[in-house]
Design a protein around this ligand. Sequence first.
Ligand SMILES: [Zn+2]
Length: 61
Amino acid sequence: MQCINCQSKNLGEIAPGHYYCWNCFIEMRKQQEFYHIHEVDLDGSLLPLNDLFSEDERRVQ
Ligand SMILES: [Zn+2]
């Protein structure tokens, strides 16, 4: 498992299938066959980033 955005392996697992990248501060949440990507804003709100990635990049390996 590495970050879809920055390819870092510096990930924390928040919950099963739910990862946080300590390098670029995004969340990846596995949902069926795709990861859902969010950026965590400073106030804790989540900004969806799915549109920045192709389906192939988001597909669970
Ligand atoms: Zn990252």
